[in-house]
Design a protein around this ligand. Structure first.
Ligand code: ADP
Ligand code: MG
Length: 654
């Protein structure tokens, strides 16, 4: 007396399509079926709250997932609302399947890039991604409800008859197809459960039906007595003292093996920030991101209006290399995991953080490109940006000490955010700080104010403390300041700052010698000497293209220096970044100027002894020393430099 029927799907080939197309993340069927179980429980709880369901005393709501590697099945059982035959007809035969059809119609012509997020919205139908045959056994919570058994073998036909389920709720069994046997494997399924179900709102238990049952007290009383007696007999055989230790073991094991839920039904983000302790935040971070370094700090998002959004964003401790910053933002929809790092919802720079965001209002059954252009999604993303900026600026204002302490870790993130997001930039501009030569953190206006007299509107920066040490020392001698900008992102950030502050020019510390370092030198005098020295140096070094400049530096000890034109260097770096030039690789000469110090006696010697026996050698050495103080030499140049240095030393002994 089974009722047969035809599923309300028009297309005969919808099943093969679903199997083939969606093979990339087949595992989502677990999310769909477990969340249906949670929904069924939530609905019943609601009815109970409204007095429409008389909850038996001691009711413990739960969802069970059971695998049988032997039978190749996976089952989902809940003790929620259940369904009557009419409801199965309506919700499964009509709604679930038509929902799937609509989903597929949307999905059909989309490329992979436009994938609907985590195939959200596929629902119950996703069971057929992995199963040839699916059965439902369900008993409605309603009084005198008749259990229903429903079966569908992946064609378009189903059958429905009275079932034999005695308890309220629903049991769904998937007979896995050959390609999907992995979903009867305990470890695989546990992994998927952890991924999607870790924070679902109803307790979820996971069992391998074929695993040997640990002899536990869960087993009904009668059996319990038997096993206990059997155990005792055994231990008597093995001797008295054994029995004692066996008992002890037993107790320990009991604690370990007591059934544990797969999930945490009240994830920290659902709590009010005032009710969360620092240790809870840290523990949640450890457990969720498996990162055993402590986060620097965090932001708890908690918003009910005008949309619902909760979450926690952590600032992780990062390495200074830009490439290794790798965050994870997990997106949830009512505690159901959707996906990691959805850049259509979360501003790109925020993906450098680690965190969870739960937004029940997100339209997730649309394609990614639609999501990107969705005004509501923009609002969400703006809200998150605003909160993050508020937290950071607030910290800078009221907890400057920590802000400075964390700056090196958080600045790549902030700078990236400023570059990428106009709104974030506007909110953060006043809270960008720079480490100066004294190791103090100052703002751009503070730096400019301090240098107003001697280097107006110029910002000197250090990218490499070692390579630029000669210049740093010169700056110190002249009481000039420079700031450290050593991170990879700083290149782009400097350009960004210059765009925002058109009057200000950023100059690497070796790019220019400001008036502060020099004594006056008339143009006439300079021109004549430059020509003379250029000829000597070009001849001595064999570099026809050498660009040379003379100055009277206040520090007479320095014979020569290299300056590197900021513009040429930036161009070359950019070209290199795009793989267009390799002449710059680390030790190029583009944009380099050799500055000779007329106040230095070596330079004076060269001028006065153009034909001297050692003049060439002095010129070569002076040139190499200047370059060495700026960048490494090429291997063959280094060889020459070392042998020349040895020669010079041996002259000293004569
Ligand atoms: P959705 O969950 O988005 O409504 P599904 O395809 O997942 O879509 O499920 C369709 C409907 O089937 C649900 O809305 C619900 O009414 C019913 N249903 C599915 N699973 C269960 C269950 N375990 N218990 C009770 N009802 C269920
Ligand atoms: Mg569902």
């Amino acid at each position: 007396m089974a009722r047969q029927g035809s599923l309300s799907i028009n297309s005969e080939n919808i099943f093969p399509i679903i199997k083939k197309w969606l093979y990339s993340d087949h595992d989502i069927f677990i999310r769909e079926l477990v969340s249906n179980g949670c929904d069924a429980v939530t609905k019943l709880k609601k009815l109970s709250g409204m007095g429409e369901f008389d909850e038996p005393e001691g009711t413990k709501y739960r969802v069970d997932v059971l695998v049988s590697p032997e039978d190749k099945t996976i089952k989902f059982i809940d003790n929620g609302i259940g369904m009557t035959e009419d409801e199965v007809n309506e919700y499964i035969n009509q709604i679930a399947f038509s929902g799937a059809e609509a989903f597929l119609a949307q999905y059909k012509d989309k490329t992979n890039e436009d994938q609907i997020i985590g195939h959200f919205g596929l629902g119950f139908y996703s069971a057929f991604m992995v199963a040839d045959k699916v059965t439902i056994d369900t008993l409605s919570y309603k009084e005198n409800a008749v259990p229903v058994h429903w079966e569908c073998d992946g064609g378009t036909e189903f059958s429905m008859e009275d079932g034999d389920r005695m308890e309220r709720g629903t049991e769904i069994t998937l007979y896995l197809n050959e390609d999907s046997f992995e979903f009867s494997n305990e470890y695989r399924v546990r992994e998927v459960l952890e991924k999607y179900c870790s924070f679902m709102p109803v307790e979820i238990y996971f069992t391998n039906e074929d695993a040997e049952e640990p002899e536990k007290e869960d087993i009904p009383d009668v059996v319990d007595v038997d096993t206990e007696e059997a155990e005792k007999e055994e231990s008597v055989e093995e001797g008295e003292d054994h029995e004692v230790s066996l008992d002890e073991d037993d107790e320990e094991e009991e604690e370990d093996n007591s059934p544990k839920t797969v999930n945490e039904i009240h994830p920290l983000w659902t709590k009010h920030p005032n009710d969360c302790t620092e240790e809870e935040y840290k523990e949640f971070y450890r457990n969720t991101f498996h990162d055993y370094r402590e986060p620097l700090f965090w932001i708890h998002l908690n918003m009910d209006y005008p949309f619902n959004l909760k979450g926690i964003l952590y600032f992780p401790k990062i390495n200074t290399q830009y490439d290794t910053i790798e965050g994870t933002i997990k997106l949830y929809n009512n505690q159901v995991f959707i996906a990691d790092n959805i850049k259509e919802v979360i501003p790109e720079y925020l993906l450098l953080l680690k965190g969870c965001i739960d937004c029940p209002d997100l339209p997730l059954n649309v394609s990614r490109s639609a999501l990107q252009n969705d005004g509501f999604v923009k609002k969400i993303s703006n809200y998150i940006t605003k909160k993050v900026a508020e937290k950071l600026s607030g910290m800078c204002k009221t907890d400057r000490e920590n802000y400075e302490k964390y700056w090196d870790d958080i600045s790549p993130f902030i700078k990236f955010g400023c570059i990428r997001d106009e709104k974030f930039n506007d909110k953060m501009t006043d809270y960008i700080i720079f480490k100066n030569m004294e190791g103090k953190y100052i703002t751009l206006p503070e730096y400019l104010e301090a240098g107003k007299e001697s280097y107006e509107n110029k910002v000197f920066y250090i990218t490499d403390e070692v390579a630029q040490s000669q210049y740093i020392n010169m700056f110190k001698e002249q009481n000039m300041d420079a700031v450290y900008l050593t991170h990879n992102i700083d290149n782009t950030f400097i350009t960004h700052l210059e765009q925002k502050n058109p009057d200000v020019k950023f100059l690497r510390i070796d790019s220019d010698l400001t008036e502060n370092f020099k004594e006056e030198l008339s143009e006439e005098e300079s021109k004549e000497i430059t020509e003379k020295l250029a000829e000597i140096f070009k001849k001595a070094t064999g570099k026809e293209a050498l660009i040379l400049k003379v100055e009277k530096l206040k520090n007479a000890d320095i014979p020569s220096m290299i300056t590197v034109s900021e513009q040429t260097r930036r161009m070359a770096e950019m070209m290199e970044m795009y793989g267009m030039s390799n002449s710059m690789t680390g030790m190029g000469e583009q944009g380099e100027t050799l500055v000779l110090n007329l106040n230095n006696e070596l330079v004076q010697y060269v001028m006065n002894n153009t034909e001297g026996e050692n003049t060439d050698m002095i010129c070569q050495q002076v040139y190499d020393l200047a370059r060495l103080a700026n960048h490494p030499l090429k291997p063959e140049e280094m060889t020459q430099f070392v042998s020349r240095s040895n020669k010079i030393l041996s002259i000293l002994t004569k």
